[in-house]
Design a protein around this ligand. Structure first.
Ligand code: ADP
Ligand code: MG
Length: 718
């Protein structure tokens, strides 16, 4: 008797062992594929499809053709070649003719392709000793004679295999067929209203789950996958938008006065006019700050785009209202650098009275730095200053500020290069709320994120972008330099020439596998070598993570002052280091670095008005490495490179585990599915506009909850 349609949650509550034919052994093997529930099975989607109508007849093939042959294995023979390589020879028949296929170094094919196996072979037809054959084709096993595959239509789904688990694609097909049959009377609950489906040409869930596993044509399979991808993104977007809305609804923030003497004085004493993008970003930030809801905004801007000024403006708005500001950096070097630029930009500014409380006295704006180098005595003073409000702005590393600082009244936190701004950070801010007013947050990132990706990864933040670079910058010439000694010498020559005219340079050493210690040793060796050979005439400095902070800062200070010509360094200089006089960057083994990291490194030069060079020493052994080098040579636009990086490496690699939801995407991929992401966002917003707590969309609420966990569930309980 048919009941209510089946929800995904119900299916997730059914173990696979409920299915006919799943005994303890198969159950264990399925678990190795990550399949423990009926829902897992339903969402174990085919990797691809073999369309039998598109197969080639063996008899018709001519030498040189690339084709898919579908046939049955008639003979298998395994042996070793004279030099000991595994050689498996298989003969396949498709009813039109026979085709010999040879596999080298794939001994396991003997077992996989036993006589009677039906499989698709994709490869190129060639000739050997006058006979037509295929060598090392791609193989998709379809079934096995006598194994009772219940349904193999014209389009055959091929499931992802795991060698270890040994669950065959036809076994999966059989189980899925059983699931679909059992679900059919009740059907699948569809959380999307028909109107949405029609408007977007999406098939309903019943159609989608059936057709993704048992399509009768390739377009039908595509339509099914499109719908299921949409669902994946919709769940994520609903969670993110809901989280954002819930914060806006429930968190009380500070309604700052954005227009005041301090901000005006700051703007007046800036040594340059703001770029249009800086002005726009400041306007967006001001609008947030003026509202009573706390700001959660991401400021994206390439290295050198001028984020610091925008950040300082944001902090000053808080200070001018008698609140304090915190600027958090990921590393000591960067914290020190921020502190120095804050001090120079804010030099001479005054605030009224103790923490802005008294109307009478004027005192200099209080700025303090908190790093590992801060002594115990300095720290006591800092603690006192933060508590009584005489320190208006504190700059420090994330770790230290999260650990220690207590404020009289924290109004704004600017968080630089924080990829993990999340629950922990929010609760830190909440604890520092004065009278329940939660501080405003601005997150800075110099790793631009393509719009669609940002919608996923930072979907709960508002965004401002600095795309326009401050004027007076000459583009950086980027050259990829191969292993040829003469080419490398050309790069070193350029470096020496630049130093000769008073400029400075960086040499970044390769990433070395192993500990920081190993890395330090490698860079020290390169420093010695350069000092004796290619750069023997120059004043070189050495910088790596293993140096004591004091020494690191001393080296940086020397470099900044011009007492050093070149810095031989690990990637500690990656972020934020700002020495406009540096015009040459050499990166050793550049193909070992990711695109965004290379872009960051390159951003250390070209910061002044002078022509700059970036030499990428590389001998890429992979296509991917070559693609990255080409991309670097072709573009200096961080947003463009970020897009390429996503394409080359994929979202999981680029963003890591930050978004648990991202790693749960089974069909969806960015940037490929950018349109679907944007579309899902629109639908999620519309649904939450009409039904903020998803009262009338319980199935969707449950699905989002099951995907993102309790953290999100709370949002729907108004
Ligand atoms: P980011 O932090 O985004 O990498 P910075 O804020 O360090 O960039 O700015 C890079 C350089 O450009 C700094 O030397 C800064 O003083 C300068 N700068 C910032 N804004 C402008 C502007 N509007 N006009 C000219 N120079 C600017
Ligand atoms: Mg900066």
């Amino acid at each position: 008797m048919p009941g209510e349609p089946l929800t995904l949650r119900e299916l997730a509550g059914r173990p696979v062992s409920d299915l006919q034919g799943v005994g303890p052994k198969l159950e264990e093997k399925l678990a190795m594929l990550g399949i423990t529930t009926v829902l897992d099975l339903l969402q174990h989607y085919p990797r691809r499809y073999v369309d039998r109508t598109h197969r080639a007849d063996i008899a018709e093939l001519t030498v040189g053709d690339e084709a898919t042959v579908v046939g049955e294995v008639r003979r298998v023979n395994a042996r070793r070649t004279r030099n000991g390589k595994a050689l498996v020879e298989v003969t396949v028949s498709d009813g039109t003719s026979m085709l010999p296929i040879t596999f080298f170094n794939q001994a396991w094919r003997e077992r996989q392709l036993s006589v009677g196996t039906e499989a698709a072979f994709f490869g190129k037809l060639d000739v050997y000793q006058g006979k037509r054959k295929m060598t090392n084709p791609v193989v998709d096993v379809i079934g096995r004679a006598g194994e009772g595959d219940e349904r193999t239509g014209v389009v055959v789904p091929i499931y992802p295999q795991s060698g270890k688990a040994e669950v065959y694609t036809w076994e999966l097909r059989k189980l899925v067929t059983q699931v679909l049959r059992r679900c059919e009377p009740r059907g699948f609950a569809d959380p999307l209203p028909e109107g949405v489906l029609d408007a977007r040409d999406l098939v309903d869930r019943n159609t989608a789950y059936r057709a993704v596993h048992q399509p009768s044509s390739t377009p039908e399979a595509h339509a099914a996958r499109h719908r299921l991808k949409f669902d994946e993104f919709l769940r994520l977007q609903t969670g993110l938008v809901a989280r954002k809305r819930a914060m806006e609804r429930t968190e009380e923030g500070i309604a700052h006065h954005v227009d005041g003497h301090l901000v005006r004085a700051f703007r007046e004493q800036l040594p340059f006019p703001l770029t249009g993008d800086q002005r726009d970003a400041i306007a967006e930030i001001d609008a947030d700050l003026a509202r009573a809801a706390p700001m959660h905004r991401l400021l994206q801007g390439d290295v050198g785009s001028g984020k610091t000024v925008v950040a300082l403006h944001t902090l000053l708005v808080a200070v001018q209202g008698g609140y304090q500001g915190a600027l958090m950096a990921p590393t000591e070097v960067l914290a020190e650098q921020h502190f120095l630029s804050a001090r120079s930009f804010l030099h001479g500014l005054t605030v009224s009275g103790e923490g802005g409380a008294s109307l009478f006295a004027e005192r200099p704006l209080g700025i303090a730095l908190l790093t590992n180098r801060t002594t115990a005595a300095e720290r006591r003073e800092l603690t006192r200053g933060l508590a009584d409000g005489t320190i208006d702005i504190v700059v420090g590393t994330h770790a230290l500020l999260y650990d220690t600082a207590e404020f009289r009244a924290l109004g704004v936190a600017v968080i630089d290069e924080q990829h993990r701004f999340g629950v922990e950070q929010r609760s830190w801010l909440r604890e520092r709320a004065s009278q329940t007013q939660i501080p405003d947050v601005l997150v800075l990132t110099a790793t631009p994120i393509p719009r669609t990706a940002a919608m996923l990864v930072y979907g709960d933040l508002d965004k401002s972008e600095l795309r326009e670079m401050p004027p007076g910058r000459t583009p950086i010439v980027t050259e990829v330099i191969g292993p040829e000694p003469l080419d490398r010498e050309r790069a070193y020559q350029r470096l020496r020439d630049e130093v000769a005219v008073g400029h400075q340079a960086y040499v970044v050493c390769p990433l070395v596998e192993g500990s920081d210690k190993v890395q330090a040793k490698a860079v020290t060796a390169e420093f010695e070598r350069l000092g004796h050979e290619d750069l023997a005439t120059l004043r070189l400095g050495l910088l790596h993570g293993q140096l004591p902070s004091r020494e690191k800062e001393a080296v940086m200070a020397e470099f900044r002052s011009g007492a050093l010509d070149a810095l031989v360094s690990t990637t500690v200089i990656e972020v934020g280091v700002d020495v406009p006089n540096a015009t040459v960057m050499i990166v050793e083994d550049a193909d070992r670095f990711g695109l965004s990291q290379l872009h960051q490194l390159r951003g250390r030069v070209g910061r002044g008005g002078a022509q700059s060079w970036c030499f990428l020493f590389a001998d890429p052994g992979t296509d991917e490495g070559r693609e990255r080098m080409d991309a670097m040579a072709a573009s200096t636009d961080g947003f463009e490179l970020a897009e390429r990086d996503l394409e080359i490496r994929g979202a999981g690699e680029v963003f890591g585990e930050r978004q648990s939801g991202l790693s749960d995407l089974k069909l969806g991929r960015i940037p490929r599915d950018a349109d679907i992401v944007a579309d899902a966002r629109v639908v999620a917003e519309a649904i939450l506009d009409a039904d903020p707590t998803l009262e009338r969309h319980r199935d969707l609420a449950d699905e989002v909850h099951d995907l993102l966990g309790d953290q999100v569930a709370m949002l729907f309980k108004s």
